[in-house]
Ligand binder design. Structure first.
Ligand SMILES: Cc1cc2nc3c(=O)[nH]c(=O)nc-3n(C[C@H](O)[C@H](O)[C@H](O)COP(=O)(O)OP(=O)(O)OC[C@H]3O[C@@H](n4cnc5c(N)ncnc54)[C@H](O)[C@@H]3O)c2cc1C
Ligand SMILES: NC(=O)c1ccc[n+]([C@@H]2O[C@H](COP(=O)([O-])OP(=O)(O)OC[C@H]3O[C@@H](n4cnc5c(N)ncnc54)[C@H](O)[C@@H]3O)[C@@H](O)[C@H]2O)c1
Length: 452
């Protein structure tokens, strides 16, 4: 709900390329924010009411922690502590944003500390995390973003498109550095055209000045060493909430990353205790949490008969980054495939080469209008498919460009079902002149490379 208006603004700003007269004039922040929370907050209240209204459900609204096997104490908002135990217990406590130890951060105004289940609108603060930045009282004129992963690049795009002057800092060499390297490099080039990106750079220290927050930078792209902003968004990763649950008292083990250990049925190391979602996942994504929840729901009904249980499938969990441009991926990156010794075939096709790409004028990106950036580097959106010559199957798909999150779906299907790449593109019609023709052509090229 925040990212879509940002994309609409981008398109409005870019109409000239298509020969149409459009312009963009930033966002009315309170209107956007209140549209989002006007929808979300009542939904949250309705869901809570629904749960409380179920005659087989008792809700204890408070912070829970284990006191023994399958037993938890819950501190209610009233301060009262109740003990709850069950034959089966499901841990679904999620994760929280990391706040890195930055010198000077403790001298800045922190976002209002809100109890986890009742996020209040924060007052004006000097720094935020994704928990509270979306409820900011006003759009910052200058925003610093620490971290260029999913949260960082999605929100940098949102605020830049809405009219903030964004400076993004990441220690890694590229933004979205967990993506296929070619995608991450190209994404970083696109981002640089939209906001100030400092990769290979650290935030050493922050201090309040009469006019804002001064970020002291060091590293490759520190520039003059300081950048002043009105607010700072911390987006350097998330930590699973297991460390706040006294898990050892419940006999529940975590791994070295603090992630609750589960078997293929989502059972933890404690008898009768299950876990799902971010608290027990190395792919902390909503669709992965939903999958885990379906597995746990089924298995709870067969807790006494493991032969009836289903296994969770965490292979090939896809993901998409809703920034500008969009990025989507499933399976191995090219680097992972090569490391694993896969005998790799590659099929790559650009949006610019298909009819819908012509319609979008996708081959005229960049300041010179020639598909390259100021340094002459390639800027054409693409689909890259990786196949294994030994099996003839798809092992990875990486997309960067408009609607990447949608275009990836047939590739998720192909990889999930282990479909043979040979013959796949020609086994069905592809609507002309839809954007999906970029996937069709990448598949044909992959097929050709498999046979090369
Ligand atoms: C800014 C942002 C954008 C995201 N966008 C996407 C996206 O586009 N696509 C996607 O797939 N994923 C996205 N994610 C990830 C996604 O939100 C999570 O993977 C998902 O919410 C995990 O669900 P969960 O139920 O495991 O945990 P959560 O949604 O974190 O829920 C955990 C719940 O447990 C409660 N809780 C925690 N500790 C206790 C305790 N001790 N006692 C009682 N209650 C407790 C919390 O208050 C919370 O209500 C995004 C995450 C962020 C931060
Ligand atoms: N579209 C989506 O599906 C979506 C959107 C938002 C969040 N999420 C989920 O939330 C999780 C957390 O997202 P995130 O963006 O906070 O984490 P992330 O792990 O995706 O990215 C963290 C970034 O911060 C950088 N970093 C770490 N420490 C730093 C430091 N001290 N200084 C500068 N840079 C530093 C890292 O190099 C990395 O680029 C994601 O892994 C994802 O699972 C998903």
């Amino acid at each position: 709900m925040f990212a879509h208006p940002a994309t609409v603004l981008d398109e409005a700003a870019d109409g000239g390329r298509l020969g149409i007269r459009t312009s963009a004039d930033g966002a009315d922040w309170p209107a956007v924010r209140d549209r989002v929370f006007g929808r979300i907050d009542p939904d949250v209240e309705d869901a809570a009411e629904f749960r409380e209204g179920q005659d087989h459900v008792t809700v204890y609204a408070g912070e829970a922690a284990f006191t023994g096997p399958r037993t938890l104490s819950v501190e209610l908002e009233s301060g009262e502590v109740v003990e709850v135990s069950g034959d089966q217990v499901v841990i679904a406590a999620g994760s929280r944003p990391l706040v890195p130890p930055i010198e000077g951060l403790d001298t800045l105004r922190a976002p209002a500390a809100a109890p986890p289940m009742q996020p209040d609108a924060p007052g004006e603060a000097d720094w935020y995390t994704s928990d509270d930045v979306m409820r900011m009282p006003a759009l910052p004129r200058r925003l610093g973003v620490l971290g260029g992963g999913y949260v960082g690049v999605e929100l940098a795009h949102v605020f830049a498109a809405y009219g903030s002057q964004v400076t993004q800092v990441d220690v890694a060499d590229t933004l979205v550095s967990n993506q296929d390297a070619e995608v991450a490099t190209m994404f970083t080039r696109f981002a640089r055209q939209q906001w100030d990106v400092r990769t290979g750079t650290s935030l050493e220290r922050v201090e309040r000045t009469p006019t804002g927050v001064l970020m002291h930078l060091s590293g490759e792209q520190a520039g003059s060493g300081t950048v002043e902003v009105d607010a700072l968004l911390l987006a350097v990763g998330r930590r699973p909430n297991g460390d706040r649950l006294d898990l050892d008292r419940g006999g529940v083990e975590v791994d070295d990353d603090g992630v609750v250990v589960v078997d293929e049925h989502q059972r933890t190391t404690a008898d009768g205790v299950w876990a799902l979602g971010d608290v027990s996942s190395h792919t902390p994504l909503k669709h992965a949490a939903n999958h885990d929840a379906r597995v746990v729901k089924h298995n709870l009904h067969h807790a006494d008969d493991p032969s009836q249980m289903v296994a969770a499938d965490h292979d090939n969990v896809p993901s998409a980054v809703f920034s500008s441009p969009q990025v989507a991926s499933v399976g191995l990156t090219e680097e992972q495939a090569r490391e694993q010794g896969v005998d790799l075939a590659v099929g790559r096709h650009t949006y610019a080469e298909i009819a819908y790409g012509w319609a979008m004028e996708d081959d005229h990106l960049g300041p010179a209008g020639d598909g390259t950036d100021a340094e002459g580097a390639d800027l054409e959106h693409f689909v890259k498919l990786l196949g294994d010559r030994a099996t003839g199957r798809l092992v990875g798909a990486h997309l960067i460009g408009p609607q990447a999150s949608v275009l990836v779906q047939p590739l998720i299907m192909a990889i999930s079902h282990g479909v043979e790449v040979r013959g796949l593109a020609r086994s069905m019609y592809w609507i002309h002149p839809a954007l999906t023709e970029v996937v069709e052509n990448a598949l044909l090229k992959l097929e050709a490379d498999l046979d090369a």
